[in-house]
Each structure stands twice: as C-alpha cells, then as structure tokens.
Design a protein around this ligand. Structure first.
Ligand code: MG
Ligand code: MG
Length: 262
C-alpha cells in the first residue's frame, strides 16, 4: 500500500499501537514483578489482552517463508543470548535476565508491531550498558525521522550510534514500514550511507529495530527454525519502536497508556 497514510488511516494505526503499548506495559510489569513467570504465561496474557481489545495477534501463525512452520505464539520472547524470534517457553524468568518482548497485532486491518527491551531484577553493569546502547541507537534513529530527510538517514543514525557504542551491529535483520500489513516496503536497514532512499514525508510510519551484539559473533537458528541465537551464548539485544513522521518531526506511537484516549 502507499507509504504515506491518510490522517484517518494514521488514527486507526494509533489505536492499534495504543492497544499494543498497553499490552506490552502489562507484560513488562508482570515479567518484572511476578517471580517465576514464564514466557508461555506472558504469551497467554498477550493473546487474551489483544483479543479482549478487539485485536488479532499478528505473530501467531505468521509465515516467514515456505518450509518454515507458522510462528506458534503471539509474542516473540527473546532472552539473553536470543537475538530475535524466540518462542515463549516454560522456563521461569530469572533474576538478571534481559528480555525482549516483541508483539504485533491488527485492529480493523491496521497493524502495530514493536518490542520492549528490559532487565529483570539485578542486572549486571555490562548488561545495563548494552541495553542503554540499544535504546540510544533506537532514539538516534527516531531523531532522524523528520520530513525532508531520506530513508537511509534513519539507517545511518542507527549505525553510527551502534558504532560509537562499540557494540556489534546486526546486518541480517531490519526495520520496515507498516500499515495494512505488518511488514510493508520499504525496509529500514540498520546500516547505510546517509542521503539515500525515499524522502521522508508526513504520514509515513516505520518500525525501527536496532539489534546489538556484545562482540563479533556468528548467529545461528535453532531447530524450531525461528529462534535466532548467538553461537557463543553471549548477550544479544533487540528493541523496536513504531514511529510516525509528522510535519514537526517524529511521533512515537509505541508509548503506553493511551488505549483509553483513542
Ligand atoms: Mg518489526
Ligand atoms: Mg516486532
């Protein structure tokens, strides 16, 4: 569909995003405060919350490519050395874990997709550092979401931030536009020279998703064909925000607490 959404369409996307933001707020709070919570329990909470609010979980049965089974859950639950696409399991969340909960939904056919990255309990300084660097890269990308900039200015801002943080960037996965489908063109890579790609205009909505590794390390996929892990078990992070380009600059749609306002 068109990369530029009409004000009416943007309003629908804001509603989807607000429900998802509240869903992720609940999941984050449960993961942090309820001892022994599992990914599978969080997944069940997410599915119930989404359906109770008139949404359809977008990840469940999502098919990436032929030969890969549909994703079996409503959230991606990526813990510690899992970079992305972790399948929720029955292993209790532990003190010191760092988690990314990524979730997507549609309401009236309009999609939202974003992820929270956070630690549970006592987090090591090293883990705090890589999470901070991940959020910084995300926010540098968001700052570039201004009309008149080019698409690769977002990519370059993320790349420069990761480079300056001295962590390793991940080139195999990327962000994307979003609307009537979860993944719309164009893609938003986490690297690239500035000044290329489409010119950003009000009404465009992008999902920015930087991913960081502690050091240069190979990635592998588990036999479930979804879970992407670091080969040496070192930490990997992923965070994602959904951002609307407005005349005045970026508007982040993935903050919580808005469901009842829309
Ligand atoms: Mg995404
Ligand atoms: Mg996502």
């Amino acid at each position: 569909m068109s990369v530029i959404k009409t004000p009416e369409q943007v309003l629908k996307m804001k509603k989807s995003a607000a429900v998802l933001a509240d869903c992720l707020d609940i999941l984050e709070s449960e993961a942090k405060t309820k001892a022994g919570m599992t990914g599978r329990e969080l997944d069940a909470l997410a599915e119930t919350f989404i359906r109770d609010n008139g949404g359809i979980p977008a990840f469940k049965n999502y098919s990436m490519s032929p030969g890969v089974p549909g994703f079996p859950a409503s959230i991606c639950f990526s813990r510690n050395h899992v970079l992305v696409h972790g399948i929720p399991d029955d292993k209790p969340i532990e003190d010191g874990d760092i988690l990314t909960i990524d979730c997507g939904l549609s309401i009236d056919g309009w999609f939202a997709d974003f992820a929270r990255l956070f630690g549970v309990g006592n987090i090591s300084e090293e883990d705090e550092r890589i999470m901070n660097a991940s959020h910084k890269a995300l926010h540098e990308g968001i700052k570039a979401c201004r009309p008149g900039n080019r698409l690769s200015d977002i990519s370059n801002s993320i790349q420069s931030s990761i480079f300056n943080s001295r962590y390793e960037n991940v080139l195999q996965f990327c962000g994307h536009a979003i609307g009537r489908e979860m993944h719309e063109a164009p893609q938003v890579p986490n690297f690239g020279r500035p000044g290329r790609g489409i010119t950003l205009k009000p009404g465009m909505v992008f999902c920015l998703e930087p991913m960081l590794l502690k050091h240069k390390v190979g990635l592998g996929v588990l036999p479930d064909k979804w879970t992407i892990v670091t080969l040496d078990g070192s930490r990997a992070t992923h965070v994602e925000h959904m951002v609307l380009i407005t005349e005045n600059g970026p508007e982040v749609l993935s903050h919580g607490g808005n469901t009842r306002k829309l």
